[in-house]
Write a protein that binds this ligand. Structure first.
Ligand code: ADP
Ligand code: MG
Length: 615
């Protein structure tokens, strides 16, 4: 093909792709425009997760009639004039391409009444040039309606998730702006139902309560620096301000996604700053747990480059290190202030610090010990009803088994398998436990080291899969239904996979837009914390977005079993070990865990002999 300049429509669609990937991006751009226009109230209406309709209504200063068609023009903006202006951006917008891009991939109607005008005017763009403005009656402000998003981009449409998931992303966006602007009122409606609202009281904590619920918000503490509210950003030479809220170590999540960062009141995704927050909790959080935070950094706009990507969630900081340090210190100070760490005051002259108003989290050790007790009991219960299995009948093993199960390669690869070994395990005699991790057992062919966690995972996996196949997964009802406020995105994900989860023994239902209710869990999880388990499952779901159903289900089962299985480091009694080995013997594929790692290693009698120089 010869080189050609693309027709404007095609070029527009390509450019749009950078700004608009999903409905939530549209909502973001429209809210930013409303904020830039000084709106006090911003109303966001969404239908079918934004696919059918996104409408943002504000009471900002509006757009004069003669500028209306220009607003839809590419690189048309009222916020920037010279290249130098790029170095001191104080508005959200500046690229002048959001409306243009959105109009290129939707049916867009822009109505606005300027504050000095008697009436409003409306223009339409349906994937092309805007129409002539025509008068409409409306209050001062602007309404942008975006219908049939991606109507002309089937590829994008195909990648949209279910409405509930897209709606979740939209809610997350609205909530972030509400956090950044507690003085403004935000209202969000999904399919006509109000799903989020902030009061505009000016108190940031009120917004936290609206987002996370009172119980969670009460576990969040303000940073020491006073909230500057709507004060202007620092000027050149002035130090950065760090303020906002962070969770006490009692409130954690399984991923970093609840650490919301704002630089100059713009929500940003910045790994380094996120890391600064996490680091401030050093040693206060268990491995794999992360805090919740709404953290703001205000600094001289000359210190930040937001013109990195059209979506403007990436930034570059001129003095990244300094900001990193400021964030880390601010979070650490707030935590120290609110959660005194018990020190070793032995023989010290200084009086012990006054008792904290909030009791510190219970000593981990005691908790752990209690858990151990519970897990052991669980293991014993799980073992009930399984009887000693006779040596495996001499049947040919199913092809799939020998084909797919990786038999761990013992040091003497190439040996001939012992009788009966191909289909199952030889009967094993438990000798003891080493390192709190491995069971030592003896069999006809030598010494076996069994990884207790991997082995238990295998046992649970086969049990759960068998129950699933017969459609009868054993459930354990919770004494009281548990309502989990995990956020909109997460609730969307749960909603998307509700059927699968319930088929696996959960009994879950959505509970509003940002929460779900758990009534029962798979019986094998009876002794685990359901909230933690579901968080892990959610993480898995988020990562496995593109898997097909069956693979996804198997992966869910693996997650559940991993959670339910006894852990490394757990001391087992003789009875527990014997029981575990017996259950493993009755598995179809006892040699690998569901993730494909070996459950056991063998040292053959011959090898021992050779090693001792007997042969
Ligand atoms: P940018 O925000 O980068 O300037 P946009 O394409 O988002 O580019 O908007 C183009 C212009 O339209 C803005 O510069 C602004 O003048 C005007 N505009 C858009 N939305 C609004 C609104 N809600 N209220 C007032 N003016 C608006
Ligand atoms: Mg804009």
């Amino acid at each position: 093909m010869p080189i050609q300049i693309l027709p404007p429509q095609v070029a527009g669609q390509i450019a749009a792709g950078e700004v608009v990937e999903r409905p939530a991006n549209v909502v973001k751009e429209l809210i930013e425009n409303s904020l830039d226009a000084g709106a006090q109230e911003i109303r966001v209406e969404v239908q079918e997760g934004g696919r059918r309709l996104i409408r943002v209504t504000d009471d900002g200063h509006g757009i004069p009639r003669e500028e209306l068609p220009l607003a839809l023009h590419r690189h048309a903006t009222s916020k920037l004039q010279t290249a130098e202006d790029l170095g001191r951006i104080r508005t959200y917008g500046f690229r002048g391409e959001a409306l243009h891009s959105i109009a290129a991939v939707s049916h867009l109607v822009l109505s606005s009444r300027h504050r000095d005008a008697e009436t409003g005017f409306q223009v339409r763009a349906e994937g092309g040039a805007p129409t002539e403005p025509r008068p409409v009656g409306m209050p001062v402000g602007t309404v942008v309606s975006v219908e049939h998003l991606f109507f002309n981009v089937p590829a994008r449409r195909k990648f949209l998730r279910r409405p509930a998931t897209e709606a979740g992303h939209i809610t997350a966006i609205v909530q972030r702006y509400a956090l950044a602007h507690p003085h403004r009122r935000f209202i969000l409606l999904h399919d006509g139902r109000p799903t989020f609202q902030s009061t505009g009281s000016g108190r940031r904590w009120d917004v936290l309560v609206a987002i996370y619920g009172l119980e969670n918000a009460q576990q969040m503490v303000p940073l020491q620096q006073e909230d500057p509210q709507e004060e202007p950003l620092p000027g050149p030479g002035q130090p950065p301000r760090v303020y906002g809220y962070v969770s006490l170590p009692t409130l954690t999540r399984a991923s970093r996604t609840h650490i919301d960062l704002f630089v100059n009141r713009r929500y940003v995704e910045d790994r380094s700053l996120t890391h600064a927050v996490v680091q401030a909790y050093h040693t206060w959080l268990p491995v794999g747990r992360f805090p919740v935070a709404a953290l703001f950094v205000d600094l001289d706009p000359g210190e930040v480059d937001v013109n990195v990507h059209p979506r403007k969630t990436e930034i570059r900081l001129r003095e990244g290190r300094r900001v990193f340090g400021a964030v880390q210190k601010a979070v650490r100070r707030a935590l120290l202030h609110h959660t005194p760490i018990p020190g070793l005051a032995v023989g010290s002259e200084t009086p012990a610090p006054a008792p904290p108003s909030d009791p510190p989290p219970p000593a981990l050790e005691r908790d752990e010990r209690r858990l151990w007790g519970r897990r052991r009991r669980a293991l014993l219960q799980a073992g009930q009803g399984i009887h000693r299995r006779q040596a495996p009948p001499a049947q040919p093993s199913p092809a799939s088994e020998s084909g797919t199960e990786a038999v761990p390669d013992p040091p003497n690869a190439g040996r001939t398998p012992e009788a009966g070994e191909a289909e199952g395990l030889p009967p094993l005699r438990v000798v003891g436990q080493v390192a709190g991790m491995y069971i030592v057992a003896e069999g006809p062919a030598g010494l076996y080291l069994i990884d207790q966690h991997a082995a238990h995972e295998r046992i649970l996996y086969e049990r759960l899969m068998a129950q699933r196949a017969s459609g009868q997964v054993a459930r354990q009802g919770l004494l009281e239904p548990l309502v989990l406020h995990m956020g909109h995105v997460e609730t969307g994900l749960i909603a998307e996979h509700l059927e699968t989860l319930n088929a696996l023994g959960f009994e879950i239902e959505t509970f509003g837009e940002d929460a779900f209710r758990v009534r029962a869990v798979p019986a094998i999880l009876a002794h685990q914390d359901p909230a933690r388990t579901l968080e892990e499952i959610l993480q898995g779901l988020a990562q496995e977005r593109n898997r097909v159903d069956e693979a996804l289900e198997a992966s869910l089962v693996r997650t559940i079993c991993k959670r339910a299985a006894i852990k490394a480091g757990q001391i087992l009694s003789d009875i527990e070990m014997v029981e575990l080995v017996r259950q493993l013997e009755s598995c179809r594929s006892p040699r690998t865990c569901p993730h494909g790692r070996p459950t056991m290693l063998r040292l053959s009698a011959q090898e021992l002999e050779r090693a001792f120089g007997r042969t």
